[in-house]
Design a binder for this molecule. Structure first.
Ligand code: PLP
Length: 443
């Protein structure tokens, strides 16, 4: 596999001096957002023109660096599809939602999503370097009037201070790395003053849209706040350039572990062989594939959706076929706020007493003999069992296994199965009278 090469600039940028091209502020202020702008770089299709001229479309903005990765002669270019809208974006589809992950319902204070027991998602800005057409937060992202808000921030910090079960804060948005450097530093400083926050994570596509933002100065600043982790967002091997590789190298040298989250997108990366190349290229630049997401049921993303089977097929083609480090977890983020659910091919085929039947990636089917006498550790004397962190209301199946509770009931279960007095209720509703109960004579 060749090492990544410096990306070429689109011809209209040929005369931009290097100091400007490599200055992230220049990249931000020269973003393209209209049909006229984009047409200077590549011939646009009728579908793209129609979308770009539609009022109220989710915001468009592309950095000169990122649009230069598009092959202007290919209307199906995988980079192009991610950032230039097409008319299909305006189509509704069944089960489409505005806030498909029910994030707003999980927000105790504005911009803070507390969904899981020990970690929160903190939305620190609505701005991005460029806008992904399939954005799961298109309901809030892109609005220039609504960027970093000090009052919301103080409320977020206050919530975190009084919520000691939060040990992990994930900064997202929008993109935290487009914040003014001073604001970002202040934000991290304030988070680090809260003793129970053990790790801070940043989710950012800035390294991909604008690698010149990842300066040594920024890396030195971030390194003051360790342990700090960062996930980037690469969907296709064409996004892995020398510039991105260098940016990742600077962050890795600053001690920031890097992961990648990608979204499975029809016509962009719904190919097992392309995915194999993507994850291998990522590990070469020391980025660990973390999650591959099924596309959310969000407005504007209908034409990007694939069947879940496509994700299974991709994981089937990765696990065992390439380095374990290169295999992401495939995730369906459950609509309605169910949260992230890992979905995998089946490797466990059957089981009996003391025996399981498993298969590997090659289809080799084998048995694993389990011990006939297993003596489990003793939870009564285990100090970890004794000191486990409480997860009020969220212990789930672990709670069942632990013996904390015996069952989990679906909504309405008790009412449905409480037959006591049902005759009475039904009579009141005057719908149906049970035969032969109570009266002793038939009507
Ligand atoms: C994705 C997400 C997280 C982080 O989940 P991990 O599986 O720990 O990476 C936390 N909170 C919310 C609301 C999320 O959507």
């Amino acid at each position: 596999m060749p090492t990544p090469i410096i990306s070429k600039r689109a011809p209209i940028y040929a005369d931009v001096p290097d100091e400007k091209w490599n200055d992230w502020r220049w990249q931000l202020s020269n973003r393209l957002n209209t049909a006229e702008d984009i047409e200077k770089v590549l011939p646009i299709t009728d579908s793209e023109r129609k979308a770009l001229q539609t009022q109220g479309l989710f915001r468009v903005d592309v950095t000169p660096y990122f649009i230069s990765l598009v092959d202007p002669d290919d209307p199906n270019d995988p980079v192009r599809k991610q950032i230039i809208p097409v008319a299909e974006e305006l189509n509704a589809f069944t089960s489409m939602m505005e806030d498909s992950l029910a994030e707003d319902r999980h927000s105790p204070v504005p911009g803070l999503v507390h969904r899981y027991p020990d970690r929160v998602l903190m939305l620190v800005t609505t701005q991005c370097a460029s806008y992904c057409r399939y954005c799961t937060r298109s309901r809030i992202v892109g609005d220039p009037g609504q960027t970093f808000n000090r009052q919301d921030f103080e409320m977020q910090i206050d919530y975190l201070k009084r919520t000691p079960q939060v040990r992990d804060v994930l900064l997202s948005g929008g993109d935290p790395l487009v914040l003014a450097p001073k604001i970002l530093e202040e934000l991290l400083t304030r988070l680090r003053e809260i003793p129970h926050i053990e790790i801070v994570r940043i989710g950012s596509r800035v390294p991909v849209f604008m690698p010149m933002r990842i300066t040594q100065e920024l890396c030195d600043m971030l390194a003051k706040f360790h342990p700090l982790w960062l996930n980037i967002h690469v969907n296709h091997p064409n996004e892995i350039t020398k510039e991105l590789a260098d940016a990742c190298d600077r962050m890795s040298r600053a001690g920031i572990p890097l992961g990648n989250q990608s979204v499975l997108l029809a016509g962009v990366n719904d190919c097992v062989h392309m995915q194999r190349e993507l994850v291998q290229k990522l590990t070469r630049i020391r980025v660990r594939p973390y999650y591959l997401y099924q596309c959310d049921l969000v407005e504007g993303s209908g034409h990007f959706r694939t069947p879940v089977a496509k994700g299974i097929e991709i994981i089937e083609g990765l696990r065992g076929h390439t380095s374990g480090y290169a295999v992401p977890q495939y995730i369906v983020d459950a609509p309605g706020g169910g949260g992230k659910i890992p979905v995998t091919p089946n490797y466990m085929l059957s089981m009996s007493d003391h025996k399981v039947i498993v298969r590997n990636y090659e289809g080799y089917v084998t048995t694993y003999e389990e011990p006939t006498e297993y003596k489990s550790h003793d939870p009564k004397t285990c100090k970890f069992c004794q000191n486990k962190r409480p997860e009020p209301g969220q212990t789930g199946l672990t709670g069942l296994l632990d013996g904390d509770k015996m069952f989990i009931k679906p909504e309405g279960f008790d009412e449905l199965h409480n037959r006591d007095g049902i005759e009475h209720r039904l009579k009141d509703e005057n719908k149906w009278k049970p035969l032969g109960i109570g009266s002793g004579k038939s009507d």
